[in-house]
Design a protein around this ligand. Sequence first.
Ligand code: NAD
Length: 374
Amino acid sequence: MDQCGRPFAGLPSGRRRAGTDGSVSLRFTYDMLPSRVVFRSGALDELADETQRLGSRAMVISSPGQRHLAERCAELIGDGAVLVYPAAQMHTPADSVRAACSEADRVQADCCVAIGGGSTIGLAKAIAFERRLPILAVPTTYSGSEATSIWGYTENGVKHVARHAHVQPRTILYDPLLTLGLPPSVSGPSGVNAIAHCVEALYSESANPLVSIMAEEGIRALGRSLPKVVKEPRNVAARTDALYGAWLGGVVLGAVGMALHHKLCHVLGGAFNLPHAETHTVLLPHVAAFNTAAAPEALSRVAAALGVSNAAQGLFDLNLAIGAWVALKDIGMPESGIDRAVELATANPYYNPAPVHAQALRELLRNAWEGKRP
Ligand code: NAD
């Protein structure tokens, strides 16, 4: 359950139902998440004004590798930046949250500016939840975290996920120029992470027509831009297209419940400490194949958006085109972990269009472990 008492994977449901007279009735419930989005090349120039809308004592957060970006933000914000905090870590350990909260208290921060990937935005969300501070997010990867009210943290080796309206970044500043230095090996999988949000939104239990349009458009934008981004990382048009797709991926992730794919990534990341975006990348074609018969309309929309005839094949080919890893064994998963993963994933399953039985799941994971074409 999330912080608001709702099940994570099953937000209020919405479905098309065929009436006995052939008519189709459409039913859905959609909580649209409020957020201000500033999207343009050079948008970072607006950081000072945008920060002022949220507070006058900003704590600027980044990971250690992006410290230079945090310092640039602090310079742009001027007196309104009271602390540069370049200490965000992957998987947001609970200790790092406690340390960041005491720093926020020490400098009396009244807002957070988070510049970086999902790990940095995740730390800002954890602080925002504990101290009720608004967030301005400046994403530099394609994870989509900036557009959701979900965050995760780890304690005693267990990854916890929570959702609360307060951690939804109030403002997102998308500046494609900030992504030009994101290495191809990070850009490709990060983009496929965003595609995964879109794929699962299309067959979500709580899918709705508007979210599905955004999901399809997100896949289209990322499918056409990622191969260019990895070949020409400094191509501003391709970077802009990819960031646009990432925004859509984040919006749909925040709007509707996810399914088997996100459950598996969560399980594998937590149990075997696998890298987040790479795990999404390897698994997505296999889960798409697994769900094709049960969700034919959704998967044909994925295929159409990629410009191919089969979604699972198209996603696998996209992984090859961007030079991504295609086998779990190559990203750190032990073969002996397959049974444990099946056990964990079936213990408390998310909604999924195709029924998830242990044997079928074992086969899916074995194929993904070996890196077979689905
Ligand atoms: P990340 O934030 O760890 O960043 C990946 C790598 O890219 C890091 O090494 C980082 O230093 C580097 N990097 C980031 N920006 C860069 C830039 N501009 N130039 C060069 N290098 C740069 O990884 P991620 O994939 O963005 O996020 C993964 C984390 O986010 C996971 O913990 C995941 O659970 C979480 N996440 C949360 C949500 C959500 O809605 N809450 C959604 C997606 C991901």
